[in-house]
Each structure stands twice: as structure tokens, then as C-alpha cells.
Design a protein around this ligand. Sequence first.
Ligand SMILES: Nc1ncnc2c1ncn2[C@@H]1O[C@H](COP(=O)(O)OP(=O)(O)O)[C@@H](O)[C@H]1O
Ligand SMILES: [Mg+2]
Length: 295
Amino acid sequence: MILDIENLRVSINAKGTRTPVLRGAHLQLEQGKILGLVGESGGGKTMVCKAILGVLPESARIESGAIRFEGRDLLAMPARERRGLLGRSIAMILQNPMTALNPVFRIEDQMTDVLRLHAGLDRAQARARALEMLTAVHIREPERVLRHYPHELSGGMCQRVVISIAFSCSPRLIIADEPTTALDVTVQHQILRLIRELQRKTGTSVLFITHDLGVVAKICDSVSVIYAGRILESGPVERIFSSQHHPYTQALLDAAPRYDRPDTALHPVSPELREQLAREAEEFDRRVDREVAHA
Ligand SMILES: Nc1ncnc2c1ncn2[C@@H]1O[C@H](COP(=O)(O)OP(=O)(O)O)[C@@H](O)[C@H]1O
Ligand SMILES: [Mg+2]
């Protein structure tokens, strides 16, 4: 198990009141696999990712839980050591490649800086490695792309660069937070295929965050479904798409665009189901309050 999150509770302070955003979330990612974390917007996916990276907003507080990376709890690790893992052992691919890249530096500088810092290469070695990585993400004129600034490239091209940077230091875990959401549909497919290809080639483990179960089906080995900060269901991808699953997962399945029948595209989660899930979340909060009061 490369990543093992257990009973993670995170709350956020908004105007003096603490609201739970993660309610005992648990995730397990096996070495060399892709785990999909799927759910609608606001479910807590990015919070999970920020908790792993140790970049939660100031207003957030971790109430309980463990985030084990290769068996060691990141939450109990000295800050300096934890920071040392970022970029080197754990890399990120974000939703918007334009914000992931620094607009004022050429692609070459951004790629070689990372390689010099995290892989200890000198300038010439870093440049050679950058060219190699751009070729690996199927960029045809890597020499030319190195000279460009991010705004001179398309969104899809920028995401290829970001992916090449993420893989360039041979991280053991990559966290991809909705990496294709900001891209055109055709580019989305290419980028998904690319992530899968590099993952297979390198054996890197990936936590892949998305709101789209169709995307999960394409590239993930297993999946966890999140709603209101609770993991409703986890399992191998084949199982989620076959028989028994949680009613919320079914609603997400129904909401996924059907390419064969675009007119039936949206079956939103029913108000009854939302109410039930909200009740369960409140029940969870009450149980935690009782436990805290008794402790
Ligand atoms: N900086 C913040 N301050 C206050 N609330 C936040 C902040 N970021 C996220 N939230 C709240 O936390 C919950 C989970 O958000 P998030 O993890 O971003 O969801 P997702 O990534 O699944 O769309 C949401 O209810 C959101 O409103
Ligand atoms: Mg998000």
C-alpha cells in the first residue's frame, strides 16, 4: 500500500463556525495502481489532495486521522522531512496547466529548475532530460517548445509539459486533481491516454481525482466515491461498473454523458438521495461530537 488514508477528519472555520469538510475519509492506493477519487464538485476531493500535500488553507484544521505514505504517517512527520517529499517522491498535476506553470519563465527554465533541484542534475544534464521527457509526452518539436513561454502554447500542450514535469523526477506517487477538466474533449482523451501510458511505463502510483465516472472507467484500477467528505463506496473499477453499488454511485453513472444517447445526458442525483446523504453526514457529525465530549 503506497497511500493509506484512515479516518481523516478536516474542518474549516468560516465566520467563526467550524464546518466539517472531510468526515472520516479513508482511501487505499496500492503500489503501481491508479485509484480514482470521484464525486461532484464540493465533495471534498481537493481537500483530500491538499491534506496529503500539507497545503490546507489556514482556516482548515485536521481533527483526526492518518495519511500513511509508504507506511509512514505524513501528519506525524517533521515538517522539513515532509516538504522534502514534495516534488521528489510525490508530484502533482493540477486542473489548470496555465496556473501550474509560471507565466514569466520559459518552459526550459521551469523544467530544468525542477530537475536540478530534485534530481541533482547539472544544467546540461537537466536540458537533455527535459528533451527526453517532452519526447515521452509525444511533443514533436521539443527543442522549440523549450524556448516558449506557457502562454505561447495551447492548454493541451501545457498539460503535456506539466505531466512531463510531474514524471520527470520519477516520483513514487502522483496526485492528479481533475487534470483534464479544463481541456477540450478530444484533448482530454489524449491526456488520459498519456497519463495511463506513462503510469504503466514507470510503475508510478496515481491518485486520480475527477467528477466523471466515465474518466474513471478509462484509466483507473480502483475507485472511491466521495460525497460531503464521506467515502460512500470503494472497490475495483469492474465491480463499480457491474452490479451492486451505492445509490449515489448509480446516480453518477446515470449522469455520465451517454455518447450513444446524448439526449438522456443528465439524470441528477435525486433530492431524496441528497437529503438522505445530508442526514447521514449530520449523524456522523453528532456521533463525533458525542465521542469528543466523552473523551
Ligand atoms: N478555502 C476554503 N474555505 C472555506 N471552505 C472551503 C475552502 N475550500 C473548500 N471549501 C469547502 O470545502 C468543501 C470541499 O471542497 P473541495 O475539496 O474543493 O471539493 P471538490 O474538490 O470535491 O470540488 C466544499 O464544501 C467547499 O465549499
Ligand atoms: Mg476540486
